[in-house]
Write a protein that binds this ligand. Sequence first.
Ligand SMILES: C[S@@+](CC[C@H](N)C(=O)[O-])C[C@H]1O[C@@H](n2cnc3c(N)ncnc32)[C@H](O)[C@@H]1O
Length: 224
Amino acid sequence: MSSKIQEMFNTIASDYDKMNRVMTFGMDRYWRRYVIKRSLLRDGSKLLDIATGTGDIIFESLKKYKVHATGLDFSEAMLEIARQRDREDKARWIQADALNLPFDDNSFDAVTSGYLMRNADNINKAFAEQYRVLKKGGRVVCLDTTPPGKNIFKPFITLYFKLIIPLMGKILAGNHSAYAYLTESTVNFKTSDEIIEIMKSCGFKNIIVKKFMFATIAVHSAIK
Ligand SMILES: C[S@@+](CC[C@H](N)C(=O)[O-])C[C@H]1O[C@@H](n2cnc3c(N)ncnc32)[C@H](O)[C@@H]1O
C-alpha cells in the first residue's frame, strides 16, 4: 500500500467531488452510469466498489437497483464523506487495501473501480484480487484515465492535462501538486492494450473497452 497516495487522498477529500465535476465538465456522472450498465446488476446483486472514494459509483448503482453494496477505500477521509452521504445506511463502507481484499473467494456478482489502477502499486495484483473475490460469471468493470493517443487533439489534450488541471487544482482546491500528480499518472499510465493483456493474464474473458472524452477515459469490462 502506498502511504504517499493514501495521504494525498486524505488531503484532497473535501474538494474531491467539486473538482471531479469541474475537471470533467460534469461528464464523470455519465461514465459512472456506464460502469453500472456494464456491471449487469439486478436487485439483490452483491456489488463491491473498490477505491470507492466518496462513493459515487455505489450511489449511482443504488439509484437503479436494490443491491448489497460494499464500498472499499484506503483513505479514511474519503470514506468519511461517503458515510455522511449514505444517510439511510444503504451500503457498508470498509477501509482496506485494494491489493489485499478482506473478502472470501467468489463473494461478489460485480466488482467495479473508478480511477484505482492509475494509483495502484501493482495493477496485476489488483486485478488478480478482483478476480478472486468475484463469483464465477461475475463482472469486473474498471473506469480510469488512459494516455491520450496520437491524434489531432493530442496537443490540446496535453495542454489541458499538464497546465489547466493543475491550475484548477490550485485555484479551486488550493492544491497544485495533487492535481499535477493526477496528470502525470494519466500520461504515464498503461495503454488500453496493456490493460487488456493484464486482465487476460488474470483469467478474465470477453473483455470490452469503451472510450470517452477524446479517448482519455476508458472503461474495461469483462467476465470471470
Ligand atoms: C481518484 S479517487 C476515485 C474515487 C471514486 N472511485 C470515483 O470514481 O470518484 C481514487 C481513490 O482510490 C483510492 N485508492 C488508491 N489506491 C488504493 C488502494 N491501494 N487501496 C484502496 N484504495 C485506494 C484513493 O484513496 C481514492 O479515494
